[in-house]
Design a protein around this ligand. Structure first.
Ligand code: NAP
Length: 283
């Protein structure tokens, strides 16, 4: 019998703890503040930014949104990042992805001061993660690790298989799991015999963005299944990458979509903003 991993419930609990921590900081006359840059008109991004703004409000973190149109130049984007880097009232800076194709997102991530890089995408923070140093860990991988730990899922020595090697999910997650002493395999679109590899997983994580990417034949009996994917099905309903109804019968633990990884990502962002504020104010 499988257990559902309640990311939403766990994220609410973490947010309450963060609110208490934020109250303490505010009592010292300091208000943690997050700046979010949104470039272009992507409707999903607007929803994500709104959710982040709501979470900030609930916790007591100030939120500033910088909205730029599709035609924004790289020069303009970098100058806005420079300004935010300089401002002492801003503790965390987040550039919402995707951004329009004519802009270089990697260059923009690199420009965000690594001390304010609450998304953990600056190569300095990525490198710190790789070398096992204290850093801002990317919110989705961080949230996944927190979920696995909250459910006492053994990471040390576990065979973990990740499908998806993006810079924002797959690669930092590989490193997070490795830092926890799991044995990690990462798969992608050029991987051969995917099913053979996924069937060896004690912990299987899908971060692809394709409906039914993970079917029951790909999953070992008793595996922990984490679904990062966010997709819309033909009925317009939000679904993950995993064929949930069938896969759940084989899994020991499984995350739902919605209500799994998504809320944890936002909670970890809030965690990183509070952490940045504390470091910057020597608290
Ligand atoms: P991405 O940059 O598009 O990367 C997708 C990855 O999947 C790539 O590494 C790609 O391989 C791999 N892939 C594609 N088709 C495959 C196949 N048939 N077999 C094996 N691997 C395949 O996506 P992302 O930004 O990491 O996001 C992935 C999904 O997670 C999306 O649905 C996104 O919306 C969701 N997401 C959710 C959260 C959350 O908080 N819940 C956060 C971030 C992202 P190649 O590298 O070879 O192209």
């Amino acid at each position: 019998m499988y257990k559902l991993i309640d990311g939403k419930g766990l994220a609410s609990k973490i947010r309450l703890e963060l609110k208490a921590e934020c109250d303490k900081i505010r009592n010292k006359g300091i208000t943690p503040k997050l700046a979010v840059i949104l470039v272009g008109d992507d409707s999903a991004s607007k929803v994500y930014v709104k959710n982040k703004s709501k979470a900030c409000e609930e916790i007591g973190i100030e939120f500033e949104e910088i909205i730029l149109d599709d035609s924004t130049t790289m020069e303009k984007l970098l100058s806005i990042i420079d300004e935010l880097n300089k401002r002492t009232d801003i503790n965390g800076i987040l550039l919402q992805s995707p951004i329009p194709k004519h802009l270089n997102i990697q260059e923009a991530f690199e420009r965000i001061d690594y001390r304010k890089d609450v998304d953990g995408f600056n190569p300095i923070n990525m490198g710190k993660l790789m070398t096992g140093q204290n850093t801002f860990i990317s919110c989705t991988p961080y949230g996944i690790i927190k979920m696995l730990e909250a459910y006492n899922i053994m990471l040390e020595g576990a065979n973990a298989v990740i499908i998806g090697r993006s810079n924002i999910v797959g690669k930092p997650l590989l490193q997070c799991l490795l830092n926890k002493n799991a044995t990690v395999t990462i798969c992608h679109s050029k991987t051969k015999n995917l099913e053979e590899i996924t069937k060896t997983a004690d912990i299987l994580i899908s971060a692809v963005g394709k409906i039914n990417m993970v079917t029951e034949n790909m999953v070992k009996e008793g595996a922990v299944v984490i679904d990062v994917g966010i997709n819309r099905n033909d009925q317009g309903k939000l679904v993950g990458d995993v064929d949930f109804e069938k896969v759940k019968e084989k899994a020991s633990f499984i995350t739902p979509v919605p209500g799994g990884v998504g809320p944890m990502t936002i909670a970890m962002l809030m965690n990183n903003v509070i952490k940045a504020c504390k470091i910057q104010n020597n608290l």
